[in-house]
Structure formats: structure tokens, C-alpha cells
Design a protein around this ligand. Structure first.
Ligand code: CA
Length: 399
């Protein structure tokens, strides 16, 4: 009897240890589906835990007609319009609230999608992660997982982390899941006559067992545009009474709404439409003579700082290293192009991310008001060397 009781003790202790270890592991690594509101069922006006990052001409709606499970799914409706490069689509981003992750752990993301075909075109879903540090600061993006669904629901999965198909960026502490609309059609085909529709439902994001990278389950396809980070700020604000080439970094907003982030008010702002070469203008507190409209992410502006001083917190952030020049000029036309990338990059490297050639780029020093210039192939007369200025007045190469 005594032997039996004594013999039972180690077993009980071992069981207690096992329970402690399991509980400890679960606390450090939450189990189950970490995606918020993963089937988009909960919320009032819009599914809670998700938000739409606005772009023009696109709508993300909370659909109750086409669903994969439950009563709701997300629906994108967007036009495919003729553009200089062929057919172009406005993108709209559905972003989840940030989710805590451990960069030493491997996670699997699965999303279901469905689309409708029009004139040989079909909507596609692009899945990315916005990667944040523990303070919520942007580190970068991981993607792109494209889903090319059809009229039937189709899922795609990706694993990220040690042994996964992709790796976390150094310092990853939180991620937002980004669902972005895309489209594919036959090369050279006419753009579709009607808007495309895309649906997504049942997002699953959970811890995965690491597996060898030798068994990938997806074939990456090229996708040209990284998603710029939303900050809702004017970068490179002007000094009082001086000009600057600034740009806006955030979801759609009016200059009145976002200029408070600059230390001095912006009295005037100008932007050039790179297709039509039309200038639009903004004058502070003069809406009757302003026609600038809404600012969109990565949009460059020629701005004039007000000579009336205003105390304000100076809260600018550095452009994030995405490595892409936005709003590149059309051939033989002017544009205000914006570099979202390493400020130390050579100006030639930054301009080389444009699909068409850039013959000249100009930058005005907001302090000295001195212009620097770059001419392709003419280092002898170019004094603009790096992309640190952020926004540049650019001229496309003559065809
Ligand atoms: Ca659902």
C-alpha cells in the first residue's frame, strides 16, 4: 500500500508539469484563429476589426448576398479603365486590426475568395501583411499572396515564419492582414465594359507547424505596386513663406484636414495632373478659388508655407522603405513624383523604378529655396544626387 502511494507521486507531479507547460505555451502563443471577426459576421455599419483604406472609385461593401459561410462576406466593386499602360484598376485595401505575432513562430493564413468574370477579365485578391514593431510603427510589408478565384469559392494559404514560405521581417511584433483587389485579363485585350466584383470571406490566421520550404503551395506572380503605409501626414512641410515639394502619406483626405500635422500652415498647394498636364490649386480658407480635391496616398504637391507662424507639434515621420517611385511622369510630360523608399538611395536608382524614362528631376530645398536638378545621363550638370528630398518635379523622357 505504501509503495503504491509513493509510486503515484511522480506521476501526479509529471501531470502537473505537463499542464503548466501547456498553459505557459498557450499564454505566449494564443491558439486558434487570430484574425478578428474572421467571417465578417459581426459589426454594425462595417465589420468590426476591419477597416477600408480609401482609394478613389472603389467600394468595399459588407455583402449579404454572396457568402462563403454565415450571412456576410466582403465585396469589392471596381472599374478597369483604359490607361497609358493598358488597363488600370484603383486598389482598395481592407485592413485588419493589428494582431500580435511572435517573429520566432510560424503562422498560416488562409483566405477564401470568389469573383465574377466580365469580357474575359476576372477580379483577383491580393493578400499582404503590414508588419509593425511592438510600438505599432511600420516596419514594412510581406506579400504578395495572389488568389485568382472564379465563380466558385477558392481558398489560398501561405505560411510565414521559420520554415514557412515567407519570413517575418526583423522586429515583427504585430501584423495587419491586408486584402486588396486586383484583376487579370488577357494581355492586350480591351478593358472590360463593366466594373468587376470580388468577394472574400473566412480568413484564418493561426499558428502553424513549421514545414520545409521545399513544398510551396503557391506560385507567386508579379504585382507591381507595394501598398504605401497610411500615416495621414504631409511629409516635407514648407517653412514660413517658403516653397517645398511635399507629399501626402495616408488614406484619402482633404488638405484642410491633414495640414495641421505641419508646424506651419500651408497657404497654397499645387498639383499637376500627369495625364492632362492641368494644375490644380489650393488656397487656405479660400474654397471658392480652390479645386485641389482630395489627397491620395503618395501624392506630390508643390506647397507654400504661411508666413503667419503657428505653434504646432512637429510630428513628421520618415518615408518608409518600400523602394518605389510613385506618380512617375508620362513621356515628355511633367509630374510631381514621390519616392517611398530609402532616402539614401541614389536619385538614378529611385527614378529607375519608374516604368518609363525620366529625363529630368528637380527638388527645391525648403530652407534655402535653392533648386537642385538631375538630368539623365548628364552627371556633369546634375547636382541632385539622392532621393532624400522625397518629392520631385519630374519630366518624362521624350519618346
Ligand atoms: Ca461570412
Amino acid at each position: 500500500m505504501v509503495r503504491s502511494a509513493a509510486g503515484g507521486m511522480p506521476t501526479l507531479l509529471a501531470l502537473a508539469l505537463v499542464i503548466l507547460v501547456v498553459v505557459g505555451y498557450a499564454a505566449a502563443h494564443p491558439q486558434g484563429n487570430l484574425a478578428p471577426n474572421p467571417s465578417f459576421e459581426e459589426g454594425t455599419a462595417f465589420p468590426q476589426g476591419w477597416r477600408a483604406e480609401e482609394w478613389p472609385d472603389v467600394s468595399i461593401t459588407w455583402d449579404s448576398e454572396v457568402v462563403h459561410s454565415g450571412k456576410r462576406a466582403m465585396k469589392w466593386t471596381f472599374p478597369v479603365s483604359p490607361s497609358y499602360y493598358g488597363c488600370a484598376i484603383p486598389m482598395n485595401v481592407l485592413a485588419s486590426d493589428p494582431i500580435d505575432v511572435d517573429e520566432d513562430a510560424t503562422y498560416q493564413l488562409t483566405v477564401w475568395a470568389r469573383s465574377a468574370s466580365i469580357d474575359g477579365w476576372s477580379a483577383a485578391l491580393h493578400v499582404n501583411f503590414r508588419v509593425l514593431d511592438s510600438a505599432g510603427g511600420l516596419i514594412g510589408a510581406i506579400g504578395d499572396l495572389p488568389v485568382y478565384p472564379g465563380s466558385q469559392w477558392k481558398s489560398a494559404s501561405i505560411t510565414v515564419g521559420p520554415g514557412g514560405e515567407r519570413s517575418w521581417l526583423k522586429g515583427t511584433a504585430k501584423v495587419s492582414i491586408l486584402l486588396i483587389n486586383g484583376a487579370e485579363g488577357q494581355w492586350g485585350a480591351d478593358c472590360p465594359s463593366q466594373s468587376l466584383s470580388l468577394w472574400a470571406d473566412d480568413v484564418s490566421f493561426s499558428l502553424a507547424a513549421p514545414r520545409p520550404a521545399a513544398t510551396p503551395t503557391l506560385t507567386p506572380r508579379p504585382w507591381p505596386t507595394p501598398t504605401p503605409p497610411p500615416h495621414g501626414q504631409i511629409i516635407n512641410c514648407p517653412l514660413p513663406g517658403k516653397w517645398a515639394l511635399a507629399y501626402y502619406n495616408g488614406p484619402g483626405a482633404s488638405l484642410d484636414d491633414v495640414q495641421a500635422a505641419c508646424p506651419f500652415p500651408i497657404d497654397a498647394a499645387f498639383r499637376i495632373d500627369r495625364d492632362w498636364q492641368l494644375w490644380r490649386r489650393y488656397f487656405r480658407q479660400r474654397p471658392e478659388i480652390s479645386n485641389l480635391g482630395r489627397l491620395w496616398n503618395g501624392e506630390g504637391l508643390l506647397v507654400l508655407g504661411s508666413s503667419s507662424l503657428r505653434a504646432a507639434s512637429h510630428d513628421q515621420t520618415t518615408p518608409q522603405p518600400l523602394g518605389q517611385m510613385y506618380d512617375c511622369p508620362r513621356p515628355d510630360m511633367w509630374a510631381i513624383s514621390v519616392w517611398l523608399g530609402d532616402p539614401a538611395a541614389a536619385i538614378e536608382e529611385a527614378l529607375a523604378t519608374c516604368l518609363t524614362g525620366v529625363a529630368a528631376a528637380y527638388w527645391i530645398d525648403p530652407y534655402s529655396q535653392i533648386w537642385s536638378r538631375y538630368f539623365a545621363g548628364r552627371p556633369d550638370i546634375s547636382d541632385l544626387k539622392t532621393a532624400a528630398g522625397g518629392a520631385f518635379l519630374t519630366l518624362g523622357t521624350r519618346p
